[in-house]
Design a protein around this ligand. Structure first.
Ligand code: SF4
Length: 98
């Protein structure tokens, strides 16, 4: 029997950021003042996937039903990310700028 390439995360559901909270270079966004900061509340997200439909480059539901998302998407994703936040039935997505 083969061993899975990652440990089982039994009982875990929710959102998993795919970037670290630390500042990371983003390839030089055109408008630094509109840099996005996205967070998803683990306890609220029920993995409906509407966010992925609205902003597939930022949100991705994994096959294990956990949600991966980019915490610092490029500014050009702003309208899609904000629409995802508006349409999230659990109001789990927070979008801020800095
Ligand atoms: S739409 Fe909201 S509840 Fe559904 S997966 Fe996205 S963040 Fe989670």
């Amino acid at each position: 029997m083969s061993t899975p390439d990652r440990p089982a995360q039994q009982g875990q559901t929710g959102a998993v950021p795919i970037t670290t909270p630390a500042d990371q270079p983003t390839g030089g966004p055109a408008h630094p003042s509109t840099k996005l900061l996205v967070s998803v509340h683990n306890g609220h997200c029920h993995q409906y996937g509407i966010c992925q439909q609205e902003a597939p480059e930022v949100f991705h539901l994994r096959s294990d039903t956990r949600l991966n998302y980019d915490r610092t998407p490029p500014a050009e994703q702003s309208s899609r990310v904000r629409q995802a936040a508006r349409l999230c039935p659990m109001q789990a997505i927070t979008v801020a700028t800095r």
